[in-house]
Design a protein around this ligand. Structure first.
Ligand code: NAD
Length: 242
């Protein structure tokens, strides 16, 4: 069966994605061939983006964060756009993403479960005041609130728990899907990677450049670029029907 056959016959698709979904938008992933983990840092990236490092070395954290994790000029690619169209066409229930870049919403997706938070939300650790991502970009060193508190991005750092409501929504969506498309993720970051095991539907599809631990359990595995693969599929919107 081809991916086109599967998508044609599905009515409740859920998409589970990771950093590889945004590489075609110019944002590097962590573990892919050009990923951040292949670059040499004095302190490993996993350490820098941990809660303990954030609190002990906020200056260094924000230097790395502004340089490598904030990509506010990036635009949605063909994968983000096609998923938003499928939701509008009534074919896709939800996107569950490990990404923090907000590109699914920028493409028009509405039901997006951001397991690891978003660079677009930031708040003061002292008074809870909210700030946009542009505030972090414009500030230098450790961004400070008008009250003097540190402004922290609402991204889930290593050692921090995921949000309970987001977990609940994501698992309910995955459990009610007829097709789960897993893409652009090495499936090595937990607990997010374990969410795939809640799928009870018919077709488990994997689109990932490199092999993953899930390859052997899938209905269909494509070691290809997710933007190219999804971009070639129909939108199912009436206005796009030839
Ligand atoms: P990962 O870096 O561990 O793995 C990415 C996977 O995507 C790799 O296996 C790679 O082969 C594959 N890939 C890369 N480009 C692809 C493409 N165009 N098409 C198909 N596959 C492609 O990513 P992960 O599993 O998401 O874990 C990394 C963690 O880092 C996540 O928690 C995520 O929050 C965070 N992160 C987010 C962003 C972002 O928001 N854009 C970027 C980097 C890292």
């Amino acid at each position: 069966m081809t991916l086109l056959d599967i998508v044609n016959n599905s009515r409740r698709i859920v998409f589970f994605g990771g950093a590889g979904v945004s590489t075609e938008s110019g944002i590097p992933d962590f573990r892919g061939q050009d990923g951040l983990y292949r670059m040499k840092y004095a302190v490993p990236p996993e350490t820098i983006i941990s809660a303990s490092y954030f609190h002990a070395h906020p200056e260094e954290f924000f230097r790395f964060y502004r340089d490598k994790m904030l990509a506010l000029n990036a635009q949605p690619n063909a994968a983000h756009k096609k998923l938003a169209q499928w939701e509008r066409a009534g074919k896709l229930l939800a996107v569950v993403t490990q990404n923090i870049d907000g590109l699914h919403q920028a493409a028009g997706s509405r039901r997006v479960y951001e397991l690891h938070g978003s660079v677009h939300r930031n708040h003061c650790l002292a008074c809870k005041k909210s700030y946009p991502a542009s505030f972090i970009v414009r500030s230098s060193g450790v961004p400070r609130c008008s009250c003097g508190g540190i402004v922290k991005p609402d991204v889930v750092l290593y050692e921090e728990p995921l949000d309970g409501e987001v977990i609940e929504g994501a698992l309910a969506a995955i459990a009610s899907a007829d097709t789960l498309i897993v893409a652009g993720t090495s499936l090595t970051v937990y607990p997010a990677a374990s969410f795939v095991s809640y799928f009870r539907g018919e077709n488990l599809v994997l689109i990932n450049r490199d092999p993953t631990p899930l390859d052997g359990q899938c209905t269909l595995v494509l070691h290809e670029k997710v933007g190219q693969v999804l971009g070639a599929l129909p939108s199912y919107l009436p206005e796009d029907t030839p």
